[in-house]
Design a protein around this ligand. Structure first.
Ligand SMILES: Nc1nc2c(ncn2[C@@H]2O[C@H](COP(=O)(O)OP(=O)(O)OP(=O)(O)O)[C@@H](O)[C@H]2O)c(=O)[nH]1
Ligand SMILES: [Mg+2]
Length: 318
């Protein structure tokens, strides 16, 4: 297990005389669309990360925290490692993956058992081979076993790409939470003495505004087609808590790169934005357990994917 002492401690970490705790950072990596964020959400039992059927959904390395008695696991979900067009956003996403595997106690490499490895899997394997210290355990998580025809054969092909892996297992992050909980138990058993990095009641390192923005982006990505899902960003600009006789109000901007895109996102007579808003509001209401008023505005922010200031505003860059 690698040393994690250079991670900053947030919240009430026990002092030298406090009870002995154990903790560990676990990175979740893999090519786009294999189910990394689904795995994170199942590991935590809450939805902290957006999931869509489209690749490159995750843009930011979200941390999800699982605390059980004297142990704390900090999972780091990462963007799918992809070729990309080399935009500033692509570069930021690659950096997220590279940074995520430094100084962690274990790495989960998520692969899709429905298919044999392709070039993108091979480049993830190369990255893991060159960047992962020999002391950091690598676990291959073969996902989507529920939909795989030849899971054992596929898993073997992934194992061949990473002979240094300590373990390889077949699971379904979407349909078999029990297998995911068993993996979580194994990780809880394996971590070593260390402080709690987050307060015990915290489930993710995102602000509520960032979390809501991701759920709104998820709804937009699900509804939009072709290049559009990738040229959309969401920022929550205001959040007013409920008052007597009025539900909470969340106001968010949906950024697009072109005027033509703005027209598509709004849709004929506002039909598209209404659908996106309805889906996002329902999701938010389920998780917040309250009625909401969601106000969406579509804003043209030219070339935001190339604009480092914009990427910082969105939290995609430090
Ligand atoms: N059949 C099946 N589908 C799954 C499983 N896990 C995830 N999926 C689906 O795979 C798709 C992608 O899931 P995500 O969790 O967003 O994948 P990701 O690896 O985080 O993707 P990026 O963030 O784009 O890199 C979604 O449609 C999920 O519902 C599984 O165990 N079985
Ligand atoms: Mg993801």
């Amino acid at each position: 297990m690698s040393d994690t002492t250079n991670h900053e401690t947030a919240g009430d970490a026990p002092g030298a005389e406090g009870p002995v705790t154990r903790s560990g950072f676990i990175a979740i990596v893999g090519k786009p669309n294999v189910g990394k964020s689904t795995l994170l959400n199942t590991l935590l039992g809450v939805k902290v990360a957006p999931i869509t059927p489209k690749p490159q959904t995750t843009r930011r390395g979200v941390r999800g925290i699982y605390t059980s008695e004297d142990r704390q696991l900090v999972f780091v979900d990462t963007p799918g490692f992809h070729k990309g067009g080399g935009s500033a956003l692509d570069q930021a996403m690659h950096r997220e993956v590279r940074d995520a595997i430094v100084d962690v106690d274990a790495v989960l490499w998520v692969v899709d058992l429905r298919r044999p490895p392709n070039d993108e899997d091979k480049s993830v394997a190369r990255l893991l081979g060159s960047s992962l210290g020999p002391a950091t355990p690598l676990i291959i998580v073969g996902n989507k076993v529920d939909a795989a025809k030849y899971p054992e054969e596929a898993l073997q092909l992934y194992k061949d790409l990473a002979p240094q892996a300590r373990r390889a297992l077949a699971i379904s992050a979407l349909n078999d939470p029990k297998a995911v909980y068993a993996l979580r138990e194994d990780l809880l058993d394996a971590i070593q003495e260390g402080p709690f990095y987050f307060p015990t009641d915290i489930r993710s390192d995102q602000s509520r505004e960032q979390w809501a923005a991701e759920l709104i982006r998820e709804a937009a990505m699900i509804h939009l087609r072709e290049e559009l899902p990738y040229s959309v960003a969401v920022q929550v600009v205001a959040w007013e808590d409920a008052e007597e006789g009025r539900p909470s109000v969340i106001a968010a901007e949906i950024w697009v790169e072109k005027v033509g895109h703005r027209r598509i996102v709004i849709g004929k007579g506002g039909a598209m934005i209404k659908e996106i808003g309805k889906m996002a509001r329902k999701q938010l209401e389920i998780f917040l357990q309250e009625k909401l008023y969601l106000e969406l505005e579509v804003v043209v922010r030219a070339s935001w994917r190339e604009d480092r200031e914009a990427l910082r505003e969105l939290g995609y860059e430090p």
